[in-house]
Design a protein around this ligand. Structure first.
Ligand code: ZN
Length: 290
């Protein structure tokens, strides 16, 4: 699993699942991933007999609402770095080690939260739908980066901090939905250094950044609308131009794309387009040389 699901990947999944599952009845609900279910009241079995009302996205999380005949319920789902929420025509076999949460649905279908790799980080929380607005995993989020992160004044207020843009864009309390992949693409599109501080943005730069946030995420979603169908593939090819393309020519200026390597992620950028020709110090190399 390489691509981490961010706003466009979660949004296309939510749209497809919403269309496929609205009104579907839940026949069973199980959590074979013992760490995945982060709540115990109501129990997961409270979903049995319920019907899916809607599947929506907030930030990088899914909000699946259910009508139960009594108190409406909501399932919050976070894929973290390696999860997928997938709908299959039949149940998973007993040997499937990727399943974290399973919902049986009418017609023999199964909605599966799956996770690839060794870590178990993806999670779900089941709560009364009326408790959603107080749920910290949602209430602590900044505005959704797409479709409207706010006007330029609102965005300036959000980004007005002495922190690098790459970190600010990925901070879910500042803006919700952007991660490592799309932060690289957005900053490249806006021709801004990943290390420029948010508080130092000039008006023209802020306008470019806002346009890049909305445009890049919207274009990615439009791409997925044309290319993705259920079940969401294990590997969803992301339409990236810069992220993971270091060493290749910049699609805009043809100079070589560079990268800064950190412990668990990489920032890719074009020195010619984004840093006035300066090559940023590669922390990985400097650590090796120390
Ligand atoms: Zn370039």
């Amino acid at each position: 699993m390489d691509a981490m699901p961010e706003l466009p990947e979660v949004e296309i999944t939510a749209r497809l699942l919403d269309a496929a599952l609205s009104g579907a009845a839940v026949s069973y609900a199980r959590a074979p991933g013992i760490n995945a279910l982060r709540t115990f009241d109501p129990p997961l079995s409270a979903l049995e007999g319920a019907r899916v009302r809607s599947v929506r996205r907030r930030g990088k999380q899914f909000v699946v609402r259910f009508d139960t005949g009594g108190e409406p319920l909501a399932l919050l789902v976070h894929l973290m770095s390696a999860g997928r929420l997938q709908l299959f025509d039949k149940p998973a076999g007993p040997r499937d080690r990727t399943s974290r949460v399973l919902l049986g649905l009418d017609g023999g279908r199964e909605l599966r939260l799956r996770e690839f790799g060794s870590k178990q980080a993806a999670w779900v929380r089941l709560l009364a739908a009326r408790a959603l607005e107080h749920e910290d995993a949602l209430a602590s989020l900044g505005p959704d980066a797409w479709p409207d992160p706010g006007d330029e004044a609102a965005l300036r207020a959000l980004l007005d901090a002495p922190r690098p843009l790459h970190a600010l864009l990925r901070d879910q309390h500042v803006l919700a939905g952007i991660g490592r992949s799309w932060a690289d693409e957005i900053l490249w599109h806006a021709r801004l250094s990943p290390y420029k501080r948010g508080a130092d943005l000039e008006d023209g730069e802020l306008a470019r950044l806002r346009e890049a946030i909305v445009g890049v995420l919207g274009d990615a979603l439009a791409h997925y609308e044309r290319t993705v169908a259920l079940p969401i593939p294990d590997k969803l090819p992301m339409p990236l131009h810069v992220h993971r393309h270091e060493g290749e020519p910049c699609p805009r200026c043809a100079h070589t794309l560079h990268a800064v390597h950190f412990e668990d992620y990489v920032i890719a950028y074009c020195p010619h387009c984004q840093t006035e020709g300066r090559v940023l110090k590669d922390r990985r190399l400097s650590r090796l040389l120390r």
